[in-house]
Design a protein around this ligand. Structure first.
Ligand code: ASP
Length: 588
C-alpha cells in the first residue's frame, strides 16, 4: 500500500468526508485525557490529526508513544472542525483528520531546539547549522528555500526565452585573478601542481563568447578564500551571464528584464524600468558610496563655495587645501541625544575624519550648535538655503579631501537613516551605478590594482588615458544595486588582445608574467573574439533581500560559519597520512 496519497497541508473544507492517507513528521502532540491530538507536518504544511481511543484503539495505543519529530503514516477521514475549534492561522484550520490507522515509520531523538515556534528560533546559529536538517524543517527556512527555487525557475525561464544557453564550466581550473585568494586543490596525477577553484567563471564565459555561444548563463558557484566578513561565504552562487555583440544599453535592457522576471517569480512587484542610473562619480558625490540606498533622501550637499572664505578655520582650511566641505541634512535629527551625536562623531573618525561639525536648525531658520558662532550671517543663510533645512533638523558636515568627505558622509548618512528610521520612499530601490574607475591604488603595495576585474574595457572617452593617467580611466562597467546592496558587477570586456595586454601591463605585470598566467587567454582573443560583455549577479544576496532575510546564510541550504566551517559535517576536516602521501604533500 502507498504510504501517502494526500499532502497534509493541502486539506481544506472541500475535502470533508474524504478518506486520506498522509505521512509526515509530528510537529506537536497533545494528550487530552483520552483524545490525542497530533499536528502532522510536511513540506506542504500542517494538519491536525485526532486519535480517539474508542474509535481506533490500536492507533491510539501507538499514538501514546509518539513524540515530536517521529515519522508517521496515517489513514483516516477528514472532518470539519466545530466552529469554536477552527484555527484561522492555519490554512488547514477548518478541518482535522480522524485517524483510523497509524504506523510509526521512524522514531526521533528529542531535537536540540524547538522546531515549531512561530518566531525565528532564538538559538545559537552554530547549533542550527550543526543540526541543519532540523533547522530546515522550520517553516521560515522552508519558505526561504521555496522562494529561492521560485527565483531560480523564473530566471531560467526568462533567460531561456531570450535565447541564452546554459553551459557548465569547470570547478577544477587554473587560478584566475579576481581579487580574492584562491582555494587550491592539489593534483595527484601531476604532483606539485594545483588546480584552483574558480572565483568566478570569468575567463571561461568570455571564451564561450569566442566560441560563438552568443548568450550564456549559468548558476555558477564561485569560491573565494577571503576572511569572512559578516555576510560573506567561501562559496556563493552567481547568475553568471555573458553576451556577444551587445551594447551596454542592450545588456542593461536584458538584465532589467531578468530582474523583473525574478521579482514577479517570487510575487513581488518589479521596480519600473528603465532603472535609474548614476555614474560612480555622481554616486560618490551624492551618497558617499558606490551602492547608494535610494529608498531614502538625505543627499550629500556640496558647500565648498559657501565656506571658501569662512571664518571657521576647519572649513576654510579644507577648501584652501584643495578639499571640500559637504553636509548631510537629517530631518528630525534634532531629537538625537548627546550620546548618539558622540557615536556619530566616533563613526566619522573611524572613516577618516578628524571630527564631526554639526548644527541644529531651529524655528525661523536660525542655527544652533558649537560651531555657529564661527559662521558669518551670510554663510548661515546660504547654508540653510542649500541644505533646505527646517526646524528640528540636524546638519552634519565633512571638511576634507573629496574621497574622505564622501566616505565619511556616506557612513554618517546610513547611520542617520538607521537612527531616525525615515519612511522609505519605495519598497525596492533598484539602480545602475556605472563607469567605475578601472584602476585603484592597492592599499598594500601602493601600486595599481583593478577595480572590478582586469578584463573590463575602458570607456571610449577615457581609453586614451590608459598610459598617461590610469587613475582617471573609467571602465565600461555597471553594478546593479538594490536597497543599498550591490547585487552584481559587470562590464564590457577587452576583445582586443593588445588592449588587454596594455591593461595587464598597467597593473604592473611583466610580459613574462602576463604570458605565463594569461598567454592562453590572450592567444584565444586573437582568433576572432567578438565584442562581448556580461555580469555576475550575486544570487544569494538577491534571494536574501527578496525573502527579507537578515543574512545570506538563511537562504543557503548548507552555509558555512564565519570561520569557514560546516558544524554539521565537520568540514574542513583532517585527512589521512596516506592521502597526503599520494598528493606528495607534507604538513608544515
Ligand atoms: N566575474 C565578475 C564577478 O565575479 C562578474 C562579471 O564581470 O561578469 O564579479
Amino acid at each position: 500500500m502507498t504510504l501517502r496519497e494526500t499532502l497534509p497541508g493541502e486539506l481544506r473544507s472541500a475535502d470533508v468526508g474524504r478518506e486520506v492517507r498522509l505521512a509526515g513528521w509530528v510537529a506537536r502532540r497533545r494528550d487530552h485525557g483520552g483524545l490525542i491530538f497530533i499536528d502532522l507536518r510536511d513540506r506542504s504544511g500542517i494538519v491536525q490529526l485526532t486519535v480517539d481511543p474508542s474509535h481506533a484503539p490500536e492507533a491510539h495505543a501507538l499514538a501514546e508513544q509518539v513524540r515530536s519529530e517521529y515519522v508517521l503514516a496515517v489513514g483516516g477521514v477528514v472532518l470539519a472542525r466545530s466552529p469554536e475549534t477552527v484555527n484561522p492561522n492555519l490554512p488547514t484550520g477548518e478541518v482535522e483528520v480522524r485517524i483510523a490507522t497509524l504506523e510509526i515509520l521512524n522514531r526521533a531523538t528529542t531535537p536540540p531546539f524547538e522546531i515549531e515556534s512561530a518566531e525565528q528560533v532564538d538559538v545559537d546559529e552554530t547549533l542550527r547549522l550543526r543540526y541543519r536538517y532540523l533547522d530546515l524543517r522550520r517553516a521560515p527556512m522552508l519558505a526561504n528555500l521555496e522562494l529561492r527555487n521560485a527565483a531560480v525557475q523564473a530566471a531560467r525561464a526568462y533567460l531561456n526565452a531570450n535565447r541564452f544557453i546554459e553551459v557548465e564550466t569547470p570547478y577544477l581550473t587554473r587560478s584566475s585573478p579576481e581579487g580574492a585568494r584562491d582555494f587550491l586543490v592539489p593534483s595527484r596525477l601531476q604532483p606539485h601542481r594545483f588546480y584552483a577553484l574558480p572565483q568566478s567563471p570569468q575567463m571561461f564565459k568570455q571564451i564561450l563568447m569566442l566560441a560563438g555561444m552568443d548568450r550564456y548563463y549559468q548558476f555558477a558557484r564561485c569560491f573565494r578564500d577571503e576572511d569572512l566578513r559578516a555576510d560573506r561565504q567561501p562559496e556563493h552562487t552567481q547568475i553568471d551571464i555573458e553576451t556577444a555583440f551587445l551594447t551596454v544599453p542592450e545588456i542593461r535592457g536584458l538584465l532589467e528584464g531578468l530582474m523583473s522576471a525574478i521579482f514577479e517569480g517570487v510575487g513581488e512587484t518589479p521596480p519600473a524600468t528603465p532603472l535609474p542610473r548614476l555614474s560612480y562619480d555622481e554616486a560618490m558625490r551624492r551618497y558617499g558610496t558606490d551602492k547608494p540606498d535610494l529608498r531614502y533622501g538625505l543627499e550629500i550637499v556640496e558647500l565648498s563655495d559657501t565656506f571658501a572664505a569662512s571664518g571657521f578655520k576647519v572649513f576654510r582650511a579644507a577648501v584652501d587645501g584643495g578639499g571640500v566641505v559637504r553636509a548631510v541634512r537629517a530631518p528630525g535629527g534634532g531629537s538625537l541625544s548627546r550620546a548618539q551625536i558622540d557615536r556619530l562623531t566616533e563613526l566619522a573618525r573611524e572613516h577618516g575624519a578628524k571630527g564631526m561639525a554639526y548644527v541644529y536648525v531651529e524655528e525661523g531658520r536660525a542655527l544652533r550648535g558649537p560651531i555657529v558662532k564661527f559662521l558669518a550671517e551670510a554663510e548661515q543663510t546660504a547654508l540653510v538655503e542649500k541644505v533646505g533645512g527646517g526646524p528640528g533638523d540636524l546638519v552634519v558636515f565633512a571638511a576634507d579631501d573629496a574621497p574622505v568627505a564622501a566616505e565619511v558622509l556616506g557612513a554618517l548618512r546610513l547611520a542617520l537613516i538607521d537612527l531616525l528610521t525615515p519612511a522609505p520612499s519605495c519598497r525596492w530601490a533598484l539602480l545602475w551605478v556605472e563607469e567605475f574607475p578601472l584602476f585603484e591604488i592597492d592599499a598594500e603595495s601602493g601600486g595599481l590594482t583593478y577595480g572590478h576585474n582586469p578584463f573590463s574595457l575602458p570607456t571610449e572617452a577615457t581609453m586614451p588615458l590608459l598610459e598617461s593617467d590610469p587613475l582617471a580611466v573609467r571602465g565600461a562597467q555597471y553594478d546593479l544595486v538594490l536597497n543599498g546592496v550591490e547585487l552584481g558587477s559587470g562590464s564590457l570586456r577587452n576583445h582586443d588582445a593588445a588592449v588587454q595586454r596594455a591593461i595587464l601591463r598597467a597593473l604592473g605585470m611583466s610580459d613574462a608574467r602576463i604570458d605565463e598566467a594569461f598567454g592562453w587567454f590572450l592567444e584565444a582573443l586573437q582568433y576572432g573574439a567578438p565584442p562581448h560583455g556580461g555580469i555576475g549577479l550575486g544570487f544569494d544576496r538577491i534571494v536574501m533581500l527578496l525573502a527579507g532575510a537578515d543574512s545570506i546564510r538563511d537562504v543557503i541550504a548548507f552555509p558555512k560559519t564565519s570561520s569557514g566551517g560546516d558544524p554539521m559535517t565537520g568540514a574542513p576536516g583532517a585527512v589521512t597520512a596516506e592521502q597526503l602521501r599520494e598528493l606528495r604533500l607534507r604538513l608544515g
